[in-house]
Design a protein around this ligand. Sequence first.
Ligand code: ADP
Ligand code: MG
Length: 730
Amino acid sequence: MATMTSPLRSVIGDKAAKVLAKGLELETAGDLLRHYPRRYAERGVLTPLNELAVDDYVTVMAEIHKVDVVPMRNRRGTMVKVVVTDGNGRLTLTFFNQSWRAKQLAVGQRGLFAGKVGDYRGSRQLTNPQTQLLDDEDDERTVAQEDMLAKLIPVYPATAAMPTWNITKAVRVALDVVDVGLDPLPDELRSQRDLLGLADALRLIHRPQSREDVAAATERLKWEEAFVLQVVLAQRRAAAAAQPAVPRRTVLGGLLEAFDERLPFELTGGQRDVSAEIFRDIGRDHPMHRLLQGEVGSGKTVVALRAMLAVVDSGGQAALLAPTEVLAQQHARTVRDLLGPLGRAGELGSGEISTRVALLTGSQSAQSRRENLLDAAGGAAGIVIGTHALLQEHVQFADLGLVVVDEQHRFGVEQRDALRAKAATPPHVLVMTATPIPRTVAMTVYGDLETSMLTELPQGRMPIQTTVVPTGEKPQWLERAWERVGEEVRSGRQAYVVCARIGGDEVEDVLAPLTTDEDDEETTRRRPPAAVVEVAPMLAEGPLRGLRVEMLHGRMPADAKDEVMRRFAAGDIDVLVATTVIEVGVDVANATVMLVMDADRFGVSQLHQLRGRVGRGAHTGLCLLATEVPAESPARERLDGVAATLDGVALARLDLEQRREGDVLGAMQSGRRSSLRLLRLLRDEDVIVAAREDATALVEEDPTLSRHDGLVSAVRELVDTDRADYLEKA
Ligand code: ADP
Ligand code: MG
């Protein structure tokens, strides 16, 4: 008997198997049985024809309204033109040189018609569609027609070479001959959660009698997806927790205490709570693996720095990995400032207890590089900050106890691991995200980490006001916006102007819009977005004449970038015209206004991140989103959404909801195909939360899954295939 791993050809024959492999990448019997219907056509319910989109491959159920045989104008032969209807809208089917269709297709009959939607003089049509009639009076019904008699007819993701009813046929064969094997869901769990067995679920999702059948089957299969994934993650957490680590305990009268005394502000309640969680974790003899989520500007850096100091106090070193040079340099500056004499060990005027802060980036001079490498390797530097340069082989530590990764989404797990590997025993790990993400997404994407959350912003922070500036409808508003920037600067503040493009180069680095296909088309037809190298001189000579306007972008040499950031932070630059190099992390409290040019070119979360640059001090932040796109377009709605709320979780949700489901995971990590077919990270919160609980309990009780054979195979399949690649990135 065939099993789920049998090659498809052994089940449905060579020819059909080849077509399925080529068009839909289905290789095994299991692949086919897990190729679920996209929807179900209901007998008697016709597909709405007005909503068909040109170029989509569709399968519609419709009634034949009119059949005409038309001679072709320029060629020999005839054409059969059939008009089908859903009782409302119409669709033309054109068959070339299939004159027998005129006899086959009679007015009043219903059938399924499949093909690519074309547009012929403003009306929708299918050319040579594949056709399957429903109520054929013939006694000798084909298998496919049998299937058509069901009340719910599955409609599969299909291809021109393999229409949905042929998939139905293949699935029917597979359901009959394939042994689905052991159920990955343990019996006990199934009865507790009232879930169908695997064989029943597969039968009902492909051949349901009712909507209830579909619902029960879907529920069970979703559960399985969530559960198997959570078992893998629970095993990873368990394996990590079983490793040995050096406990790093806070000490009395150490750097941390001295640092807290110097701190120019009170820690927020959230910062205290999260610090306490971290101190507890790193004091254990197993490594911490913790994710610190926080709203933009919630003060994650200080929390990370306190953890680093605790480790230094206990005799170890801490490394901070930042995604960009600008950010690494800023972190080094901030940390050195906050530490003051505590961070100048060995120098004149250093504190009694003190350490050093080393910085390693790709661009520093050979000499400063050598000194910093030496400080890291010899242990003189308790804190080592850097970009990817930290990961290089010759970078060594005396005793690396804590790895902090800032803006984790910019890194992969290989990079985290490369840094961890520099420690003699597994170090504690703290990763930080730029913006908070919905809970269920975190549970999946960062499911092998424990999570801490900073929701509260520091006291006295003024909210950021965000306004959309519609330059398409009201060009004079942009002038007004520049005046506003000028006013802000004259009252002593500073400003950012963000452009989507650097410009001045034959390579057009246009941002890929994070939007739907229709939007893409709209975008590509528009003028290129404003460029840094054009906007900066335009402002300096025009609306912002007399102000100190400078540029910052990724093509500048690293030391030039650092120099500009340093001067901006020192208040020696009034207006910084930049690309998204300032997107994450940049922290200049005196900057209070930001104008984003072509704001529609940026994603929702990206805009939220960007405007986080101006809400950092005691002054009200103002963010102006300039756009040409017309009101009531999807892009404009997105911008209005950003303007309407400062809640990062809500915006992350909005951002993710607008992506195709499969891209949700890809959006969080560098994109890979996922194993999730039915489970929706944003909508199936209850399933994910419950599956995580059950998975954690099961792994605790049976870590090697020795008593769960069905589950073992499912876990192995998930881990073995490329479908698990995104897990590796987490
Ligand atoms: P993010 O969480 O976005 O990385 P940062 O760590 O850069 O935020 O902190 C934002 C700003 O808030 C920094 O200038 C930091 O010094 C300041 N800050 C952090 N914690 C507090 C606090 N408790 N009170 C006042 N200001 C704070
Ligand atoms: Mg930060």
